[in-house]
Design a protein around this ligand. Structure first.
Ligand SMILES: Cc1cc2nc3c(=O)[nH]c(=O)nc-3n(C[C@H](O)[C@H](O)[C@H](O)COP(=O)(O)O)c2cc1C
Length: 192
């Protein structure tokens, strides 16, 4: 029961899709973008940096599924890894490209953790994000682009995510022991 993967919340119907403009936005290195969700990924908290960088008001995000800020160029395989890791009650560091309400995009290095209730059950998740360095993104962008190309070769989402998850495992194995290890390698390079 404890490790059962929750069904993620469906996007609210009627919400107009935000179209990416290609404008890339950044935020100061000393700021953290924070949000919390319920176990299905519905947003229950967002800090002021989340709102400012994402160009949303609090009312627009609370109660919405977290894919509200999903960028269409983010590979599905990364989100599968995220949810599989959380379902195993583990935390994850991941590079994510997000979409703001005005169509700008902003890259983050996210640290996502489960939150537990008094009985040990998962009551939600918490994500703290900081600004990645341009050097880190030089490593991450080509990796995600290859995953995306693979995903677009497949007619349905299930086949796409299966193929790109396999490719992610293969590409990561060429350079690191795991995705987490890859992230730490990239973070290490940021400081040099
Ligand atoms: C705590 C938490 C934070 C998340 N943060 C983001 C985020 O910043 N950007 C994003 O696209 N998805 C984020 N997600 C994942 C979304 O819930 C969702 O799985 C993802 O956007 C893929 O959406 P899709 O399944 O509709 O393609 C987060 C999930 C959790 C639990």
């Amino acid at each position: 029961m404890l490790n059962t993967r929750p069904r993620t919340a469906a996007p609210r119907s009627g919400r107009p899709a935000v179209r990416p403009t290609g404008e890339e936005r950044s935020f100061p290195a000393d700021e953290l973008i924070v949000s919390k969700t319920d176990p299905r990924g519905v947003i229950t908290y967002a800090n002021d940096v989340f709102l400012r960088v994402g160009a949303y008001s609090l009312d627009e995000v609370i109660g919405q599924p977290h894919n509200l800020i999903r960028h269409p160029d983010m590979p599905r395989a990364v989100f599968k890894l995220l949810w599989d890791t959380l379902a195993a009650r583990q935390e994850l560091f991941a590079y994510v490209n997000n979409l703001a309400a005005d169509g700008a995009n902003y890259w983050v290095l996210a640290h996502v953790t489960p939150s537990y209730g008094p009985d040990g059950s998962v009551v939600g998740y918490h994500s703290s994000r900081r600004r990645p360095s341009p050097r880190a993104l030089d490593r991450v962008r080509p990796l995600y682009e290859r995953l995306l190309v693979e995903e677009r070769r497949h007619p349905n989402a299930r086949a796409a995510v299966a193929a790109s998850s396999e490719l992610l495992d293969r590409l990561i194995a060429e350079q690191a022991a795991s995705y987490e290890d890859f992230v730490w390698t990239v973070i290490g390079q940021e400081e040099n």
